[in-house]
Design a binder for this molecule. Structure first.
Ligand SMILES: [Ca+2]
Ligand SMILES: [Ca+2]
Length: 191
């Protein structure tokens, strides 16, 4: 049978997309690899998908105007992206777009951040319920970064950081982000 396009959805969107007629449908095919475009003002300290490190850089990961584009396998159901983001200076942000097949999810308040890294923070099973929702700082190509980012053309991703990390007017330099997303068969593409 033809391979169905895969869609990815935030957890809150999944229920709305689960069409009743799709329930009990044939076993889903393996999803195509995900492609992530990401940059951090200033440095991607580490990147993990489902607990496995994903290599970035070297030049692109330490320059906020340059985007890292990486591909990696995802699994049907729940997946977790984890990013250690490090700021230098006074303006901090993370901008990302995750794509599987024809569907994309972008950095948003659905990402969760924390100022330190408890053991296992990058692992899918880690409980991030106590972490803060990310704070938005403008939608690309807006925000203070404007159009100076290369490699994010066409993306409407939101610059995010962690508001609770701003203390006494100083931005906490390191934020650990987690983003949990679902990979499902292309429900809306099904007849
Ligand atoms: Ca970069
Ligand atoms: Ca900065």
């Amino acid at each position: 049978m033809p391979r169905l396009p895969m869609i990815i959805t935030g957890a809150a969107i999944v229920l709305a997309l689960l069409h009743p007629s799709a329930a009990g449908a044939c076993e889903p095919d393996s999803p195509p690899d995900a492609t992530l475009r990401i940059t951090v003002d200033n440095v991607i300290g580490a990147l993990y998908i489902n607990g496995t490190p994903v290599e970035v850089g070297p030049e692109t990961s330490v320059n906020w105007t340059l985007t890292d584009t990486v591909s990696f396998p995802v699994q049907p159901g729940e997946n977790v992206l984890a990013v250690k983001a490090v700021d230098q200076g006074v303006i901090a942000g993370l901008l990302a777009e995750l794509r599987v097949g024809d569907s994309a999810l972008v950095s948003s308040e659905a990402w969760r951040g924390h100022h330190d890294a408890p053991a296992g923070w990058e692992q899918p099973a880690f409980d991030d319920s106590g972490w803060s929702a990310a704070t938005p700082y403008g939608t690309h190509p807006g925000g203070v970064w404007g159009t100076r980012v290369q490699g994010m053309d066409g993306s409407n991703a939101t610059w995010i950081w962690n508001q609770v990390n701003i203390q006494d007017g100083e931005v906490e330099p390191t934020v650990y982000f987690r983003f949990t997303f679902q990979v499902k068969p292309g429900w809306l593409a099904s007849p």
